[in-house]
Design a protein around this ligand. Sequence first.
Ligand code: HEM
Length: 209
Amino acid sequence: MKRGSWNLTPLQIITHIGAWIPLAVGLWDLWQGNLGPDIIREATLRTGKTALILLLLSLACTPVNTLFKFRTVLKLRRPLGLYSFMYASIHFAIFIGVDYFFDFRLIQDALLEKRYAIVGLITGTILLLLGITSTKGWQRRLKKNWKRLHRLVYLAGILAVVHYIWLVKQGVSDPWLYAGIVALLLILRMKPVKKWAISVLQPRIPKRA
Ligand code: HEM
């Protein structure tokens, strides 16, 4: 192992600990029988929501650095993305293993018939692809294309929200809140908006030595 690879910043430590908390709480609630009458549904909802939140936090790192010159957050993009993939995998595993009991005919029907499931599958596949290619080795191999490929994270964010919107009953505002966050993160990537936001925010940030 390389020297210094365990030199984590406090923010990285908080991120790693924080990312395991939903899983720990979920397992504790399962143990204590606190997951309500429909355990499978509750576990599916919790893991899906956590995957989405972690994905959005990963997406927020670049704009936070651009706007507030807070470089440390850039180191959180990869772990947050990988943790999002971890929860998405558990979410999917509950769906195929516990909900459908590995009945691949039924799973295939469900995945093809339900539009939210198709979108969820595409989102999960993007997260898998980004997770595999997130290493330094793949960065070197793909050169310029690595950045292009990793822009897919925005598509994953959009599709995760579409998945959420499509499966939630009408009149529930929660998914629209997440849609608003994704829209804001995308708008902040637009050059004129970025320039304007930097001109407003950065003069207020004290220069570091
Ligand atoms: C093949 C992949 C996927 C399948 C089959 C799937 C399936 C499901 C199902 C069955 C539900 C619960 C529906 C209900 O009972 O109301 C759900 C909810 C959800 N899923 Fe997925 N999902 C997939 C991938 C993903 C991914 C990749 C994400 C995010 C990165 C995600 C985020 C969510 C969210 C946010 C919810 C709603 C949580 C809530 O209402 O609190 N899903 N998904």
